[in-house]
Design a protein around this ligand. Structure first.
Ligand SMILES: CCCCCCCC/C=C\CCCCCCCC(=O)N[C@@H](COP(=O)(O)O)[C@H](O)/C=C/CCCCCCCCCCCCC
Length: 218
């Protein structure tokens, strides 16, 4: 994987992003970190194409993606091939701050947890988009999904800034166009195919974090 994050790829299509998430899971349901990170990179590219009002969100996502890439490309990269091996390696070697922020602010476990929580937002948002009508507002769907998920982990000031950015989202028709998938019917069909995959990646990761009691890493 390249050492640094490039978010300006002109060849972006949402289908490619969803294919990347599809390749995240191994046969025995391990999550490949490289594909997980690549999926997020594609999403950030998509978000960047929506305008600079989202750049503070993109910046935070890119920071976290970069931390994970650094782990993948680092001298202990072999332990970071899957999320399962990463969790085991970092916990076995006390490389995670478990109760308060300390020596390991860039552990893979806490960094991935932030993206994992955002994946739940994505799942809820895409499900709303899939079942939306021409009259539905993307800003409303986005903020409902956010309020049901990620917002619970954010400080007031972040919630405020996110809420303001949501109002700048383009309408449903433009949003579907930017996805580069085809007609609205094709977008809806693609979302129907993609959502179970995203949900499964989310659930496998969630179960792993529950089993290891690391869902609240500071
Ligand atoms: C088919 C449609 C596709 C939709 C495409 C959506 C593209 C979304 C791409 C990226 C989403 C952003 C992921 C954000 C990760 C946020 C991680 C986080 O929670 N970070 C906070 C905590 O970090 P630490 O301080 O503990 O290190 C951090 O405080 C957050 C800062 C930035 C604000 C995050 C707001 C998140 C809103 C998510 C909705 C994005 C809306 C985009 C609309 C397209």
């Amino acid at each position: 994987m390249a050492d640094s994050v490039a978010v300006e790829d002109p060849k972006f299509t949402l289908q490619e992003v969803l294919d990347t998430f599809k390749s995240c899971l191994s046969e025995n349901k391990e999550v490949f970190l490289e594909h997980y990170v690549a999926g997020w990179l594609g999403l950030v590219r998509f978000m960047n194409s929506l305008g600079s009002v989202f750049s503070f969100i993109a910046k935070d996502a890119v920071n976290k993606i970069q931390i994970l890439i650094n782990h993948l490309n680092g001298e202990n990269g072999a332990h970071y091939v899957t999320v399962q091996s990463m969790v085991k390696y970092e916990l076995d070697n006390q490389l995670v701050d478990l109760t308060k922020r300390g020596s390991f602010p860039e552990s893979g476990c806490r960094t991935l947890l932030r993206l994992h929580r955002a994946l739940r937002w994505l799942e809820l948002f895409l499900e709303r988009l899939r079942t939306s009508t021409e009259e539905s507002k993307t800003s409303v769907m986005c903020s409902e999904a956010y309020n049901e998920s990620l917002s619970q982990h954010h400080a007031w000031i972040i919630r405020k800034a996110a809420g303001t950015a949501f109002w700048a989202l383009p309408g449903r028709a433009t949003f579907f166009d930017v996805m580069n998938v085809g007609t609205p019917e094709q977008v809806v069909a693609m979302l129907g195919d993609a959502l179970p995959l995203i949900s499964e990646v989310y659930q496998v990761t969630e179960d792993l974090y529950v089993q290891n009691n690391i869902l609240d890493l500071p």
